[in-house]
Write a protein that binds this ligand. Structure first.
Ligand SMILES: Cc1cc2nc3c(=O)[nH]c(=O)nc-3n(C[C@H](O)[C@H](O)[C@H](O)COP(=O)(O)O)c2cc1C
Length: 183
């Protein structure tokens, strides 16, 4: 069985960037990174980092299937969404996954950040002008424009720190116990 498995859903690449960084941060050769579409029961691991993107307030069914299948594992979530710099929204993103996670797993935490959105979303905002007040439209467009820069280097750095923090929460994590003994 693998030590770590990073599984992600990503349509336009934002969540994959976070997945790549988390994978890079994991201190073991016993690790794999796969798109959730390639996931099957044969990819088993002690610890799962599961990534998803906000899709109309939820995540894909493939991700939900994966989360529901886990028992007795260490599990962390990560992902991206259109919304930026909003702790409460990121908490809701985490809850999208948490509602499907069985109690017999050890939850290691979640990390979410903003991701760029396709141009058609901005066009849809503009189409709503006249029907929704200008301030709201302008705010949504400002969030959209900011999103074009994400995930940025800072987001990736935070993802790296998150991976490190998460694995320190694993009960009896051998890598760290051994490292502590050597130092
Ligand atoms: C069809 C669609 C629905 C979306 N729904 C939401 C949403 O409900 N909330 C949100 O914050 N962002 C939403 N977004 C923005 C995406 O979550 C964001 O662009 C994300 O970074 C995409 O990740 P990916 O590049 O890994 O596919 C949506 C984007 C699309 C295209």
């Amino acid at each position: 069985m693998l030590k770590y498995l990073v599984v992600y859903a990503s349509e336009t690449g934002n969540t994959k960037k976070i997945a790549d960084e988390i994978f890079y941060a994991l201190p073991s050769d016993s690790k794999e990174e796969i798109n959730v579409r390639s996931w099957n029961g044969r990819h088993d691991a002690e610890t799962y980092f599961i990534g998803y993107w906000a899709n109309r307030g939820t995540c894909s069914l493939e991700v939900i299937d994966l989360i529901m299948s886990l028992h007795g594992k260490n599990v962390a979530f990560f992902g991206t969404c259109g919304m930026g710099n909003d702790t409460e929204y990121y908490r809701q993103m985490e809850n999208i996954g948490l509602v499907w996670l069985a109690n017999d797993n050890t939850y290691l935490g979640g990390y979410f950040c903003q991701g760029s959105m396709p141009p058609m979303i901005k066009e849809r905002y503009e189409e709503k002008r006249g029907r929704i007040d200008d301030d709201t439209i302008d705010r949504m467009i400002a969030i959209f424009d900011e999103g074009q820069k994400h995930p940025d280097r800072q987001d990736l750095l935070k993802a790296n720190v998150f991976a490190d923090t998460a694995i320190r929460k694993i009960p009896n994590n051998d890598s760290y116990t051994r490292l502590r003994d050597i130092i």
